[in-house]
Design a protein around this ligand. Sequence first.
Ligand code: ZN
Length: 310
Amino acid sequence: MSSFSNETKNELARIFPENRCCQVAELSALLRLNGQLELTGSAKTLCITTDNAGIARKAFKLFKVLFGFPLTVIMETKRRFNTSRYYQVRANLDEQHLNILDKLGFIDDDNRLIYGIKRGMVRKKCCKRAYLRGVFLARGSVSNPGASYHLEMVFPAYELAVDVQRLAESLGVSFRLTERKNNFLLYLKDSEQIVDCMRVMGANYALLEFENVRIYKSMRNQINRQVNCETANLEKTLEASWRQVENIRRLIERLTVEGLPEQLRELAVLRLEYPDSSLKELGEMMSPPLSKSGVAYRMKKLEELSERLS
Ligand SMILES: [Zn+2]
């Protein structure tokens, strides 16, 4: 995962929604994508596993604020393969707490599992933003803006991917949906859309950094384009000048300078003397001075004459 991704997630993990409706929405998204329901005998445990301490802390706090005690919430730090550590937030659910599953949108009124977003859970804009933030925290990533523009979120279920796509659309962010290795992927490639998505989620500092890099990149591209364009023009000018010099040399070999038509003579001599000058500059050197188009016309005559004679 890119460092920019981590930065963005750390910032989002620090945002704690004020409203209860948004707290439920964000915890629901986190649990749906990072959590699981463990069944051991009659015991039911909801747990969230993550390698990001900020996300674990947030889940812990959301749980506590929303449902309070006597829920047992334990935070564990374990080492997996001796390299990465991960955190688990566990909540043991007694009979009396099973309605939490309903509240968090895991099951419907008939105790059936819900695969998408529970209807009515994210009706308000504030909740939609919180839900999207939860999804990104759990399953999202974004490339360093210096490299390429890419933001994605991975879903195990198609229904949820489609629901989140619709939710984001209503906030003005249009995700593309695709399938990858039995997972479903929502992604953005357009830098404007990535900026909008980060703004909606509330990643304001990461957003500023993203914008700075984006502006720098676009300025650099613009300068490169301009330089390329100027180089191309210069090459064209030099190529034309080289051709004119060749033609005039050939004419003089055949006709001598005095043999050139009088109104073309001065220009022919000036061109040989100043092969790097533009037509406009040559015109200014003439007496009397001649406009660029006048110079171009006479130059064309010289070239035609040279072609006729060769
Ligand atoms: Zn809300």
